[in-house]
Design a protein around this ligand. Sequence first.
Ligand code: SAM
Length: 278
Amino acid sequence: MAAIDDLPPLREVISAHGLSARKALGQNFLLDLNLTAKIARQASDLAGSDVFEIGPGPGGLTRGLLAEGARHVLAIEKDARCLPALAEISARYPGRLTVIEGDALQIDPLAHLTPPIRVAANLPYNVGTELLVRWLTPSVWPPFWESLTLMFQREVAQRIVAEPGSKAYGRLALLAQWRSDARIVMDLPPQAFTPPPKVSSAVVHLTALPEPRFPADAQVLQRITAAAFNQRRKMLRASLKGLAPDIEDRLKAVGIAPTDRAEQIPLEQFCALARELA
Ligand code: SAM
């Protein structure tokens, strides 16, 4: 397959800069540039967007994003050892790559990027879910991003796209699906990474909805789903008892049987209950 750019292969970059993978930083690198270009293409309309990349590491996905035409990439990396390798990519794509050394949990991407903004990342697993929840719960909606194209452990990816009635269905599915269209776009075996992690991975693509899918107050919905899924085996009349003294009547008013359990209830009904209890 043709090379995506004229920079050195990632194995050479890693050995030239001494980037032995550190477990504490969640470092499992993608070294196949055709694969990273393929992941980058899932982000769609790169040429018309700025891209916020978390944890570029030696720059595999960064190179994919740039080769696929991203207008401008802001990459934030915690590991200072990676900065010289990333500087070489900046030099190859003048004016299109800004690298910041720091923690993704601390940065405001709007200070550096111009909308429309897409987020793309092979996330460190330890911060992945925290960042996703944060991106899905900003103080105002729509959020700063048009889409998120993110690598997760496959089990987490399944929780994001889960349907009612499945074991994976819970708060993450409800939150993601209330505010975005979410789908799994790629599956990756452990061997796609160096070093290979213990589990399989998947890329999830989430497109922000202009407005949440069904009307509901975010905090009320959050309280209901927290109570319902913290005791997911219990009937809703028991798990939601603390939310209203007449919870059985309220459930019936929105067409939910008080004996139902949380994992049977679709998003639309949770939103109806949130409006009923607001
Ligand atoms: N994107 C590269 C790739 O696909 O090969 C590296 C992916 S590796 C799974 C995760 C990267 O995130 C590492 O380079 C790690 O140093 C970086 N990282 C870990 N925690 C971070 C944080 N809080 N903020 C920014 N980067 C972080």
